[in-house]
Design a protein around this ligand. Structure first.
Ligand code: SAH
Ligand code: SF4
Ligand code: F3S
Length: 431
């Protein structure tokens, strides 16, 4: 009988993709099967995130709990970003942990499971050419890594210390992977990198950049939708913005992480752009790509953020009216330069600013949703709701619900929007 593993994934899409790689390795090379029941697992793993303090605290509470309920002799492994930056300290703090496997070392999964006390956390390790077996957790959408690591040094961010220097994955490997998933019937690919539009910088061929990659992928026979995350505002050149607007395979939605609207805070964050540059890029995208959905990330309460700085952030929100905002209170992270900045902002002030961002978005969100009524969108259906209702995403990334059944899943259909729901659109299929 094959052994069973349980895997919990925290963090971002990169971790989701890393988990898929680990699952593929364990299934094909070690004949393991996945289980949702931690109590019956022979191997329990958590793929961790370090971006803020909260998910790290969650790691220790989760593994403590797993240790109490696990089967006798079941192994526990800590993988991913917190594994990298905490390394062997994890085993010091939780001696029942059997192995620690960093985000950059996941190709070693089939080795470390057999070595009690293994700690593999080298951030210079390169598995960008490693031929992982394929496993996809979603039958309709596929994540594809285009780069690993990050060469930026944003002063608040731990990622360069958990995922190392940036390496671009060679173009032919990406094209092969995309062609493979298209043949499997997958409709949408999402390209992953911490800074997708610096793609190519570590390759020898000067013509290969992110725009070229997008053009090349659009030529694959049968490809329907391309998304990507995250582009860096600094590297959004005109060539890219034009390609984004005119290429019919690229979805009409883009994540542009603002972080702060204040040029002085952006400077302290070492983001490399100003408020004006960000506005110029976002406005140009709105101009060339009508009806585009723009999402963003905002950090409030960064050290030294004054009331005026925060008003600049609110001003950018007013001007761009992001379709969605992922907002975070600044969280002090080890290894980062901002860790030692003076004038850390109190939790009370950060919480107040966070609430203001949320309320600002709420104040115009309904108008955005309402403006979509009577429009018709191509929707890729990927979920069912109660009573014959299915849901999917429009190209500009709105959740759209309509009447339908399971036979529609994985298909793209035109939906005319009839009404708005709290955070989604509802309509009827018109083709
Ligand atoms: N590479 C992406 C970001 C990846 S991290 C980029 O450059 O935009 C995802 C988001 O987490 C960031 O955009 C940022 O908003 C948030 N984040 C990162 N470090 C943080 C910290 N120390 N405190 C709070 N939020 C943070
Ligand atoms: Fe972190 Fe900045 Fe790199 Fe994004 S670009 S992963 S925020 S260091
Ligand atoms: Fe992602 Fe968290 Fe690592 S956001 S890159 S899993 S620190």
């Amino acid at each position: 009988m094959s052994k069973k593993f349980f895997l919990e994934t925290l963090g971002c899409q990169m971790n989701v993709r890393d988990s898929e790689h680990m699952i593929a390795e364990l299934r094909t090379k070690k004949n393991y099967e996945q289980t949702d029941d931690v109590k019956e697992a022979d191997l329990i793993m958590i793929n961790t995130c370090s971006i803020r303090e909260k998910p790290v605290a969650k790691l220790f509470s989760e593994i403590g709990h797993f240790n109490k309920i696990k089967k006798k002799n079941a192994k526990i492994g800590v993988c991913g970003c917190s594994a990298t930056h905490l390394g062997k300290d994890i085993i010091k703090r939780a001696p029942f942990v059997d192995f620690v496997l960093g985000a950059r070392n996941i190709s070693k999964i089939t080795k470390v499971i057999d070595i009690k006390g293994a700690v593999e956390v080298d951030i210079d390790y390169d598995d960008s050419l490693y031929a992982f077996d394929d496993y996809r957790s979603n039958p309709y959408k596929a994540y594809i890594n285009i780069s690993m690591g990050c060469n930026k040094s944003c002063s608040y961010c731990i990622v360069p210390f958990t995922r190392g220097k940036e390496i671009s994955i060679p173009l032919d490997i990406i094209v092969n992977e995309a062609s493979r998933v298209v043949k499997l019937g997958i409709k949408e690919i999402c390209l992953l990198g911490q800074n997708v539009n610096s793609y190519g910088s570590s390759l020898n061929d000067k013509k290969i950049n992110f725009t070229y990659l997008l053009q090349t992928l659009s030529e694959i026979d049968g490809i329907e939708r391309i998304r990507f995350t995250s582009p860096h505002p600094l590297h959004m050149d005109d060539e890219f913005i034009k390609e984004f607007a005119k290429n019919p395979y690229i979805c009409n939605s883009i994540h542009i992480p603002l972080q702060s609207g204040s040029s002085s805070v952006l400077k302290n964050m070492r983001r490399g752009y100003t408020k004006e540059w960000f506005l110029n890029r976002a406005e140009k995208i709105r101009e060339l790509s009508p009806d585009v959905g723009i999402t963003t990330d905002i950090i409030v309460g960064f050290p030294n953020e004054s009331d005026e700085d925060f008003l600049d952030t609110m001003d950018v929100i007013d001007k761009i009216r992001f379709e969605q905002i992922f907002n975070f209170k600044y969280s002090k992270r080890p290894h980062t330069t901002a860790e030692n900045f003076d004038n850390q902002i109190s939790d009370e002030v950060s919480s107040k600013r966070l609430t203001e961002v949320i309320n600002k978005h709420k104040s115009y969100n309904f108008d955005i949703l309402k403006s979509k009524i009577d429009k018709t969108y191509d929707v890729l259906f990927d979920g069912t709701r109660e009573d014959g209702i299915i849901s999917g995403k429009s190209s500009n990334n709105f959740t759209v619900i309509t009447k339908g059944d399971k036979s529609m899943l994985g298909k793209i259909a035109k939906v005319k929007i009839i009404e708005t729901k709290k955070n989604s659109l509802s309509g009827i299929i018109v083709n």
